[in-house]
Design a binder for this molecule. Structure first.
Ligand code: GLY
Length: 388
């Protein structure tokens, strides 16, 4: 894999500085964002409050949990725990839950709360979310349908992002002893791997199936530049998703996919390191970056470093650390007067002639970018048991 040893190492002092800056950023948000959530992305680098809606609120609660673990400051833990009833209310009353993003919502918030404190209300909410995710499994095709009315032809597809939702099912299998959660997670994983991975180790964002027969039909992008380009965040979901798949299955298939998608991701980083929003764009492009994609991929590399043999593990840790230093330098928010987020220069969605998106959250913070940046810091700073 590509050698990044030309980048300086993240020294212990620099990492400590980054942690203190990140904790300061989160602390500055406590008064406004304890009883309310953060909207999915910032506007001019500042978040506005939101109800507990969309697929993104769990990342803010998760950021609070990580800051508690990084600092030991119970103000962060108390704020995160105070948000748990909102997640239970949301899943009980089906508030914006007709989609597959149960893992993004319930893992960093409620699974984390349960793992950190044994919070039973959080466990209940996360198990209801797992059941909701199970209800989207399509036996014809063997995948979890991401969006829309179940069975609808125009939405009969999986998306690569779901690799971060299925750890909720592996967790549910472990805590309940019910193997059906694992069976569905493994089926979805296997179908995803078979169809989203392309010959050059890039990935499709979404893949359609025939609702009548379950036959695979075609790869199509939703948020990437075009169908056969590699959306940077999609590729990053593949990196972290395959590492987590390996955590739960120890399968050679998951390990091989991790090596392929991570190799592609690293090979296609521009000289200036922070990826453009799609790998179609290369050094010198005026297109926006997506810093969140790099943060997600680094978490995947640090996860796989826990299981890989010593040489590969050392490479993954060293490379992730050097790249994270660059992420901190170029994109880390260091002053609450400049931003109330953590990670600048992300892109939620970018319009292209070939995708259905409008520009949204372009060159902004996102709750997931902030969360995965914080997760990189905690993984580099200390031994950390994943929420995923
Ligand atoms: N999971 C949606 C996104 O990455 O934008």
């Amino acid at each position: 894999m590509r050698d990044f040893s030309f980048l300086p190492q993240f020294s212990a002092d620099e990492l400590q500085t980054a942690v203190l800056q990140a904790a300061g950023q989160t602390r500055s948000c406590l008064p406004r964002f304890t009883d309310q959530f953060k909207y999915s992305h910032s506007v001019h680098n500042f978040y506005e409050p939101s109800e507990n809606v969309e697929w993104t609120t769990g990342f803010w609660t998760g950021e609070l949990n990580i800051m508690y673990q990084l600092t030991g400051d119970t103000d962060f833990l108390n704020a995160a725990q105070s948000q748990v009833p909102s997640y239970l209310n949301r899943i009980k009353n089906h508030i914006d839950t007709d989609h597959h993003d149960m893992g993004f919502l319930y893992t960093p918030s409620c699974v984390a709360a349960y793992k950190l404190t044994g919070n039973e209300e959080a466990k209940k909410a996360a198990l209801l979310a797992a059941d909701n995710l199970m209800s989207r499994f399509q036996p014809k095709g063997q995948f979890i349908q991401a969006w829309g009315t179940l069975g609808a032809k125009d939405n009969y597809r999986l998306i690569i992002d779901c690799l971060l939702n299925i750890p909720l099912l592996f967790w549910a299998a472990d805590v309940t002893g019910k193997s059906e959660y694992r069976t569905v997670a493994e089926a979805h994983l296997h179908t995803s791997i078979r169809h989203v991975l392309r010959a050059d180790n890039s990935t499709y964002h979404t893949y359609f199936f025939d609702p009548d027969t379950g036959e695979p039909l075609k790869g199509v992008t939703f948020q990437g530049y075009k169908d056969d380009s590699a959306w940077a965040r999609g590729q990053a979901w593949g990196v972290y998703g395959s590492a987590l798949a390996y955590r739960y299955t120890k399968s050679q298939e998951a390990f091989d996919v991790f090596k392929k998608v991570t190799g592609f991701f690293l090979d296609h980083l521009p000289e200036s390191i922070i990826p453009y929003w799609d790998f179609h764009f290369t050094e010198g492009s005026s297109e926006p970056r997506d810093s969140s994609a790099l943060a997600i991929a680094l978490c995947g590399m640090l996860e796989m470093a826990e299981y890989a043999d010593s040489d590969f593990s050392a490479y993954l840790k060293d490379t992730a650390s050097r790249l994270c230093r660059r992420l901190w330098q170029d994109c880390g928010a260091k002053d609450p007067a400049v931003s109330n987020g953590q990670l600048l220069h992300g892109t939620y969605a970018r319009k292209s002639p070939y995708n259905p998106c409008n520009n949204r959250g372009v060159d902004e913070c996102s709750t997931w970018g902030d969360y995965f940046y914080a997760e990189c810091l905690v993984r580099l700073k200390q031994k950390w048991e994943p929420y995923w």
